[in-house]
Design a protein around this ligand. Structure first.
Ligand SMILES: C[S@@+](CC[C@H](N)C(=O)[O-])C[C@H]1O[C@@H](n2cnc3c(N)ncnc32)[C@H](O)[C@@H]1O
Ligand code: SF4
Length: 330
């Protein structure tokens, strides 16, 4: 019989796989140069209703560099480069507005990237540290020998989750903790919670437009990502061209799978009956009590919550087994 103390290590060995964080489905790694600016401009201009818009502005500047930072940001000591950059964002905003067929209401604005996000006091995000010193040289300041191993990371994650819940926070999805009275907790209770590139959110706009280098837009027709390098982005905007580096047109299958994955990530349950063939992939998790399958319904249990991404991966038709491009699930 398995000793109780062995259990987390066994579960990690079996289910801590290299899977995406599912902030979208299909995920950002599926975007390809097959979708370029001409398609983005056409998508923006396609006639149809004028839904409310959500706007994401990427602001890749920080006052100080956090040692652990794995984000695309730049430390600036003067405000002038930021002011110049804001002018570019405004020009991009004009280029997008020129393409839109009518007037839209803006229902959500998110400033992201480097600007330290002022966390709303009603929520805490608990992320596992991604140590990538080959990409982020400043992370070499962190002594690798002192970093916890997988079992210790898992224990820290569970301990932090327990402390936050004792302090009155509700555990939302994979890694967010919300005060019971706040918007996020309310959205979780009302089943209106959403998940996008900004994590768990109350933003349910059908069109999310991204501004700035590397920003990702999510339109009903598909996903688009701006040029990642500041230079390529600046050159395009200064030339007055609304450009994207890559994108993906969504298929009906993508939309259905995306809906199942988003429901699982938000509410830990879904009814994936059109993908009945994929349920077999969850049997191993079910045998370990991490997932319950009742007819067509799938429910991830509390014990399975840390492995939520692995459960979602059962419905991901793009995933290559153990692709090294993704971080471990826990
Ligand atoms: C795009 S980042 C930065 C947003 C904002 N500047 C901030 O620090 O909150 C989004 C999240 O990733 C976290 N993060 C940054 N570097 C990380 C790393 N190496 N491993 C895990 N999370 C990281 C940040 O703490 C932040 O919560
Ligand atoms: S982007 Fe966020 S994590 Fe990175 S240095 Fe800036 S504030 Fe710190």
């Amino acid at each position: 019989m398995t000793k109780k103390t062995d259990r987390p290590t066994n579960l990690l060995a079996k289910f801590d796989r290299r899977v995406p964080p599912y902030t979208s489905y299909p995920t950002a790694v599926q975007l390809t140069p097959a979708v370029q600016g001409d398609r983005y401009r056409a998508w923006l201009g396609e006639p149809g209703p004028t839904p409310p818009l959500s706007l994401y502005f990427h602001i890749p500047f920080c006052d100080n560099l956090c040692w652990f930072c794995g984000c695309h940001t730049k430390v600036v000591r003067r405000y002038a480069p930021i002011a110049t950059y804001l002018d570019l964002l405004l020009r991009e905003l004009d280029l997008v507005a020129d393409r839109l067929p009518g007037r839209h209401r803006v229902c959500h604005v998110h400033l992201g990237g480097g600007t330290p996000t002022i966390l709303a006091p009603d929520r805490v995000c608990l992320f596992g540290y991604a140590h990538v010193p080959w990409m982020k040289k400043h992370q070499r300041l962190i002594d690798e020998a002192r970093l916890p191993d997988a079992a210790e990371r898992f224990a820290q994650y569970l301990a932090a989750a327990e402390r936050l819940q004792e302090a009155g926070y509700l555990w939302i999805g994979l890694d967010h903790f919300a005060r019971p009275g706040g918007d996020l907790a309310k959205a979780a209770r009302d089943q209106t919670l959403r998940r996008n590139f900004q994590g768990y959110t109350t933003d349910d706009a059908p069109v999310r437009l991204g501004f700035g280098p590397s920003a990702i837009g999510m339109l009903p027709q598909g996903l688009v990502q701006n040029e990642v390098s500041m230079k390529a982005y600046r050159d395009a905007i200064e030339a007055g061209v609304l450009q994207v580096a890559r994108g993906l047109a969504l298929t009906a299958d993508d939309r259905l799978r995306g809906a199942v994955i988003e429901r699982l990530m938000c509410f830990l349950e879904a009814d994936p009956r059109v993908f009945a063939g994929d349920l077999a992939a969850l049997q191993e998790m079910a045998a370990d009590g991490l997932v319950e399958i009742d007819g067509w319904r799938v429910r991830v249990t509390e014990a399975g919550r840390p492995f939520l991404r692995t459960a979602c991966a059962a419905f991901d038709s793009y995933l290559e087994p153990d692709a090294v491009r993704h971080a471990q699930a826990v």
